[in-house]
Design a protein around this ligand. Structure first.
Ligand SMILES: *Cc1c(COP(=O)(O)O)cnc(C)c1O
Length: 367
C-alpha cells in the first residue's frame, strides 16, 4: 500500500474485546458456554426494551430522529438536568470519541490511568494527541498523581468511577478537592459506566457537580445495568456550550431508531433495573464468599465485576477456563499477570464458573 498514513494511526493497538461465545464454541467445538468477560447484564435485555424494538422495526425505512428528542427529554427528566446538556452516542464510546475530537488537537496530552479502559487511549491516539499514563495506587485511581501529571499541554483527563478493571471507587469529597486543583481550561471526562451498581453511599456522583463545574463531562451507558450492550446507546452530560460543540461534529444520525426506542423503554422498566441491581449485589456476595472458601483472594468492588488473584499466569488460567466453556478476562495485557476479571452471572452461571475454576486451580484433585 502506498498511502501516506500519519504515524499516530500506526501507534494504535487494536481493541481486544472479550471473546464472543460463538467464537469460543466454533474454535473448541463445545456448547453451552458462558461469558463473564465483558461486564454484560446476565438477565438479558430489558423486556420492555425488546417489545419497544419489535414495535419499531416497521419504521426502519425512515431515518431516526437525529436529535434523539424523546430520549433526551426522558433523560433530562430522570436525571434532573437540562436537555441542552445531554449528548447521545452510539454507545458511550462514541461520546468519548466526540470529546477527543472536540477538545484535543495533535500533540496535546490526555491524562489517564494505567491500566484503564482501552478506548480512552485508542480514541486519544486517533486524533494525534498523546496519552499520558498515571499508575493506579493499590488498584485505585490516584487523584494526586493525576494532578501532578497535568502539564501546559494537557487538555483532557479521563477518570472512570467505579473503575474498570479494578472495581475501586472515588469518594465525593475527595473528587471535589481534586477538581479545585485543576486548571479550569482542562476537560475532565468522568466515565460512570458502572455507577448504577455502586453500593457505598460515599461513592462519587458526577451529575451532582455539573451545576457548579463546567469542565466535567459525565458519561453513562445503557450497555451494563440496562442490558443493551448490543444495540449501542450511551450519553454524556456536560455544560451546554460543550454539548453544542459535540453536536456540531457528531454524525447526524449517530444513534439508531431501535437504540433510541430501546433506551426510552428501558428507562421505564424499573422492575428489570431493580432486578438487575439485586442480582448483581447478591451474586457478587455469593461469588466472593465461595472464592474465599476456596482460599482464593479477590478484591472488593463497587461495580458488577471484580478481580481475582489466581496466583499464577492469568493467560494460562484464561485458556484452561475456555476449554471448560467459561470465558473470563485475563488481566495480563492490563499489567496484572496473575489476575483475572469476572463479572457476575446468574446463579447457575456462577456455579458453572466456580466448578470450572476449582477444577482449573486444583487439577490434581479433580483428576
Ligand atoms: C463498558 C464500558 C463503557 C460503555 O461503553 P459503551 O460504548 O456505552 O458500550 C464505557 N466505559 C467503560 C469503562 C466501560 O467498561
Amino acid at each position: 500500500m502506498n498511502l501516506s498514513i500519519p504515524n499516530y494511526i500506526y501507534s494504535i493497538k487494536p481493541y481486544k474485546p472479550g471473546k464472543p461465545i460463538e467464537e469460543l464454541e466454533r474454535e473448541y467445538g463445545i456448547k453451552d458456554s458462558i461469558k463473564l468477560a465483558s461486564n454484560e447484564n446476565p438477565l438479558g435485555p430489558s423486556p420492555k426494551a425488546v417489545k419497544a424494538m419489535e414495535a419499531a422495526v416497521h419504521r426502519l425505512h425512515r431515518y431516526p430522529d437525529g436529535s434523539g428528542y424523546a430520549l433526551t427529554e426522558k433523560l433530562s427528566e430522570k436525571l434532573g438536568v437540562g436537555p441542552e446538556t445531554i449528548v447521545l452516542g452510539n454507545g458511550s464510546d462514541d461520546v468519548i470519541g466526540m470529546l477527543c475530537r472536540t477538545l484535543l488537537a495533535p500533540c496535546d496530552e490526555a491524562v489517564m490511568t494505567a491500566p484503564s479502559f482501552l478506548m480512552y487511549e485508542i480514541l486519544v491516539r486517533s486524533v494525534g494527541a498523546r496519552p499520558v499514563f498515571v499508575p493506579l495506587n493499590n488498584l485505585a485511581v490516584d487523584l494526586d498523581a493525576i494532578v501532578s501529571a497535568v502539564t501546559d499541554r494537557t487538555r483532557l483527563v479521563f477518570i472512570n468511577n467505579p473503575n474498570n478493571p479494578t472495581g475501586t471507587f472515588i469518594c465525593q469529597d475527595e473528587f471535589e478537592r481534586f477538581l479545585k486543583q485543576l486548571p479550569p481550561s482542562l476537560g475532565v471526562v468522568l466515565d460512570e459506566a458502572y455507577v448504577e451498581f455502586a453500593r457505598d453511599p460515599r461513592c462519587l456522583d458526577g451529575l451532582s457537580l455539573l451545576e457548579k463545574n463546567s469542565q466535567i463531562a459525565v458519561l453513562r451507558t445503557f450497555s451494563k445495568a440496562y442490558g443493551l450492550a448490543g444495540i449501542r446507546i450511551g450519553y454524556g452530560v456536560m455544560a451546554p456550550e460543550l454539548a453544542e460543540l459535540l453536536h456540531r461534529i457528531r454524525q447526524p444520525f449517530n444513534t439508531s431508531l431501535l437504540a433510541q426506542e430501546a433506551a426510552i423503554a428501558a428507562l421505564d422498566d424499573k422492575a428489570f433495573f431493580e432486578r438487575t441491581l439485586r442480582l448483581v449485589a447478591t451474586e457478587l456476595d455469593f461469588l466472593q464468599q465461595a472464592l474465599k472458601e476456596l482460599g482464593v483472594s479477590c478484591f472488593p468492588t463497587q461495580a458488577n465485576f471484580f478481580l481475582i488473584d489466581v496466583g499464577r499466569d492469568a493467560d494460562q488460567v484464561f485458556e484452561e477456563m475456555l476449554k471448560k466453556g467459561v470465558i473470563v478476562r485475563s488481566m495480563v495485557s492490563y499489567g496484572y499477570p496473575r489476575y483475572i476479571r469476572i463479572n457476575t452471572g446468574t446463579r447457575e452461571e456462577n456455579i458453572r464458573f466456580l466448578d470450572a475454576f476449582e477444577a482449573v486451580m486444583k487439577p490434581d484433585e479433580a483428576g
